[in-house]
Design a protein around this ligand. Sequence first.
Ligand code: ZN
Length: 297
Amino acid sequence: MDDELERLINTLLDGEIRCYDCHTPLDIQANELERQSEHVYTTRYNCPGDGCSIEYDVQVEDEGLTLHFEANERGANRPDKPADMTQVSRKEPLQKKSHPVRKLTDASKELTNAFAILQHNHRRLQEAHETIEKEGFDQDTDFHLRVRADIHNYTASAYSFEEIVGKNVEPHIPSDGPIENAKNEFDEEHEVVKALRTYAQHHLALPSSFVHFFDGDEGEITITVPMDDLDDFRPGDPEASFDLIEGDHIDVVDRVNRHYEAAEKLVATMLKVAEEKYEEQIEEYREATRFPEMTKE
Ligand SMILES: [Zn+2]
C-alpha cells in the first residue's frame, strides 16, 4: 500500500478500535496487513486483553472516498452474537488528523497564541512604565504590587513561549538560515528574562521592595533590579548569562522590550520559513481535508 493509505489506515485504527467483548484497544498497524486484492487488506489478530481469547479476521477495504474496516470473530463455532465490528470512515477527517503539515499548523497556532499572551503582558508593563514617566515613581503600594505581578506575568509567559518554540515548533521546521539567527538573538535575550522570572517568582510572595525605581544618567525613570540581588537567580551558565548587562542594575523595561522584540522577530521568521518550506503541502493539505462539494440533483 502507498504511504498515504498507510497513514490513513493507521489513523483510523489508532486507539479507536476496541475489542467487542473486553473493550481492550486493538493495536493493529497498517504495515501488518496483507494485500488480498487491489483494494482489500487483511490480517489475523488476537485480542491482547487479559483472559480474552477472541481472534479476529481483520479487513480494511479502500473504497475511494471512504475506508471500510471490519473485524470478525474467527472460529468454526461462532456464537449467536459474534464479536463482529464494522466501521466506515470518510477519508477527509482522517487526512485532517494525520497529514504531516497538520502538526505544523497546530504548532503555528500554539506559537501565535503564546505570542499573544506575551504581547498582552508586554503592553501592561509598558503602561506601568508610562505611568512612572508621567507621574514619577512616588506611587502607592497597589501600584508596586501590580508592577511586581506584571513582571512575574511577562516572565512566566516568556517561559511558556520558549517551551512551545522548543517542543512544538522547532521539531517541524528547518533550524538553519534565518531561523538560526533569530533564535540565537532570542536565546540571548531570554537568558536575562529567565533570571528575572526566578527572581520574580521568589519575590512575588515577599513584602520587600522588589521594584527599584532608578534615575538614569539622563534623568530617565525606569523599573530596575540590582544586579547583586539577581546573583542567586542566574540561570544556566552564570558567567555567560549577564554578559550583555552593563552597570549594576538591570533595566527591566528595557530587557523586556528587547526580549519582546526578539520573540516577535522569531515568530515572524518561523512562520515565514514554515510557509515557504511547506507551501505545496499546505495547499495539498487544504485540498485533502476539504469535503467535496455537494452536487445538486
Ligand atoms: Zn478482547
